[in-house]
Design a protein around this ligand. Structure first.
Ligand code: PRX
Length: 656
């Protein structure tokens, strides 16, 4: 056996036998179908997976490329597809969501109940003046209300924009302003890891910062029941808004291209981008990938541990599993509370069959399990599991092997799913009953996705040679535009370098010389991936220099980190003499707190290094490659002859 063969994990015969996509021949047949008749393939699936109120007559409209349209004259409603359709199919009494609160209380809702809850909320939104096309910002923790709020927006044709509950008032404000939202749905508090954290107070702070004058109402869900300030005329308790509302709301039938949601993500410039997704194409890929990638069956209990504030929570909590009428877990808390066995206990308690999480979580749970047997997966009954998934960042082979052996008992295929906020759903991923697995590789494109690795001119490179990851053809769930900035959309994703013909993912990749399997080699732009959270270096730099009383200049780079994948390292020039010792520690803390206020705690740098200046070329350009070496504590091997001020390298050696 060759090196590569010895690392292959072929799917077990019983997994292949019952799979939706059964065996590599079935996978190849789908790939061939899409290649032979691209539009025919997607059209067939769109009819199979989505219920249309008005059927589409055209699959793909490329007349205004790269602003592609899919199924444009079709009409549908995403919430109808996720809720009513299942009730009509006799699944009204099936559990849709098993919600487990931070403290362990479990609440279940059936499809019928979720439909009614969504409808009442949809009617309440209408009563507050929200109409088709309006934007609604949702700033809430993991909850049934969060999912219902998204579904309610979809039901009335309002475009939701969920902001992750860990973002600061400033970040929230920026997003509210950019969306031009009319209404916010939030909660009094969120509860995570036994702690009660404010949400409503942060909304108040965000609105007080100004620029959000279009906001008319704030609906507040009671989570903690603790006192929060309510502004008369603007703030309404959700219970009051829901009182007397009818339990049915006629779905608003929208065009397939109608924006279902905006979700902000980081790019290589300072300002986060509002990624705009469609209704029809997005929903198709959400449902399709949930079914094929997770081989989801009617009796599965699906658990995606992502937060609804990220795209993974949109596609694989709110839309995909519900569109298929599945039973899923929604978890409010954190993996390490009350202890690091929480995930394993929940899998055991709810008999979870398909489990989808991030490498960072796995790595931190490995650490915990190694030092405490009680929280090791072997102390729990995980025999219900049949498929495991990984998302958000590369999974290193050691973590993969541990996940496979200790969580999956050596029998569960792991789907390492590569995709992005912009792609709406899986792009490159194994299919459990078909693809032989290689730890650390996301293997092959999802059938119908035409991924490739190219050089700077857009020419495909031979297998075995690294290059730039692109997608050659548009696909249904792709980003439609950047909200309010179509030019930036074109420049970021369909650059002139590739004659506007290739979708640029922003990642590097290499295909295995023998199997053609893809391995993602990391971002090729100034985007960092910390614990699976995406952040722009410029965003963090702007936050640092906005601390005007302290900071003169700042540069941010990433460095590898064992647990979080990447860690943020900031290089800072202060407006005062370079500090050291306790003073440096105190200033570093001040800067971290400042960033937490500006962006959110997730953006706090792990290392802060102070210099009298930053290493620059004589023409004044910051030498980032050199900073990356310094961040890694590597000996600087680069040519420093062009460096204007070599002495500062030494100063930067100390991290605080
Ligand atoms: O760099 C890739 C990495 O995460 C980026 C997308 O981040 P975001 O839009 O926040 O979406 C995360 C959830 C889909 C990608 O450009 N990434 C995502 N999945 C993988 C990955 N890197 C390696 N392997 C993956 N499976």
């Amino acid at each position: 056996m060759s090196e590569v063969d010895s690392k292959l994990y072929a799917p077990a015969p019983e997994v292949v036998q019952n799979a939706h996509v059964s065996g590599m021949e079935a996978y190849q047949a789908l790939v061939a179908e899409a290649e032979a008749d691209y539009e025919g393939y997607w059209g067939r699936l769109a009819r199979e997976f989505v219920s249309w109120q008005q059927p589409f007559t055209q699959v793909l409209d490329s007349s205004n490329a790269p602003f592609f349209k899919w199924f444009a004259d079709g009409k549908l409603n995403a919430s109808y597809n996720c809720l009513d359709r299942n009730v009509e199919a006799g699944k009204g009494d099936k559990t849709a969501i098993i919600f487990e609160a931070d403290g362990g209380e479990v609440t279940k809702v059936t499809y019928k109940e979720l439909l009614e809850r969504t409808c009442r909320l949809a009617n309440a939104l209408k009563a507050q003046g929200v109409k088709k096309g309006d934007r609604v910002v949702i700033y809430i923790a993991m909850s049934i209300d969060g999912v219902a709020a998204m579904q309610a927006c979809a039901r009335i044709g309002a475009t939701h924009s969920v902001v992750f509950g860990g973002f600061s008032a400033q970040s929230l404000r920026d997003r509210i302003e950019d969306t031009g939202a009319k209404l916010i749905i939030t909660a009094d508090h969120q509860v995570r890891g036994g702690k009660q954290l404010p949400l409503k107070a942060i909304v108040d702070e965000a609105l007080a910062l100004g620029g959000c004058e279009k906001i008319e109402k704030v609906l507040v869900v009671k989570r903690s029941g603790a006192d929060v300030a309510m502004t008369a005329g603007r703030d309404v308790w959700m219970d009051d808004a829901l009182a007397g509302q009818d339990s049915f709301c006629e779905p608003e039938w929208v065009e397939a291209e109608h924006p279902l949601f905006l979700l902000y993500t980081s790019g290589s410039t300072g300002k986060p981008k509002g990624v705009q997704h469609s209704t029809g194409g997005y929903l198709l890929h959400a449902a399709l990938t949930t079914k094929w990638t997770f081989d989801l069956k009617d009796n599965d209990v699906f658990w995606c541990t992502a937060d609804i504030g990220w795209v993974t929570g949109h596609t694989y909590i709110t839309y995909g599993p519900l569109a298929l009428g599945a039973t899923e877990i929604v978890f409010e808390g954190v993996p390490t509370y009350p202890d690091a066995g929480r995930f394993w206990k929940m899998i055991q308690d709810h008999k979870v069959t398909v489990f989808y999480t991030a490498p960072t979580a796995i790595r931190s749970l490995i650490k915990a399990a190694e030092s405490n047997e009680a929280v090791h997966p072997k102390s729990y009954d995980l025999s219900s599991l049949r498929i495991l998934g990984s998302v958000g960042e590369p999974i290193n082979p050691a973590a993969w092997e541990w996940y496979h052996q200790h969580v999956g008992g050596g029998r569960c295929p792991i789907v390492d799913t590569f995709w992005q906020t912009e792609t709406g759903g899986h792009m490159i991923t194994p299919l459990p009953g078909a693809t032989p697995l290689v730890p650390g590789s996301c293997t092959l494109p999802f059938p119908g996705i035409q991924a490739a690795v190219v050089d700077e001119t857009g020419k495909e490179v031979p297998w075995g040679q690294g290059g730039i990851l692109v997608v050659k053809k548009p696909w249904p769930s792709m980003i439609r535009t950047i909200w309010g900035d179509p030019e930036r959309f074109k420049k970021s994703y369909y650059p002139e370098d590739f004659k506007g013909q290739l979708y640029l993912a922003g990642d590097g990749a290499i295909r295995d010389a023998k199997t053609g399997y893809f391995t993602i080699t990391g971002r090729i732009d100034d985007v960092l991936n910390v614990s699976g959270h995406r952040m722009g270096t410029m965003e963090i730099e702007s936050a640092l220099v906005s601390c005007t009383e302290l900071v003169a200049e700042a540069a941010v780079v990433g460095r590898p980190d064992e647990t979080t994948g990447e860690a943020i390292c900031a290089f800072v020039v202060l407006k005062r003499p370079r500090p050291s010792g306790d003073e440096a520690k105190a200033i570093a803390k001040q800067l971290r707190d400042h960033i937490a206020r500006e962006i959110g705690p997730i953006a706090k740098p792990k290392d802060i290094r102070f210099g009298d200046n930053l290493p620059k070329t004589r023409s004044g350009k910051i030498m980032r490659r050199l900073l990356r070496s310094v961040a890694k504590n590597e000996a600087v091997t680069q040519d420093t002859s062009t460096l204007e001020n070599p002495a500062i390298l030494e100063q930067l050696g100390q991290a605080y």
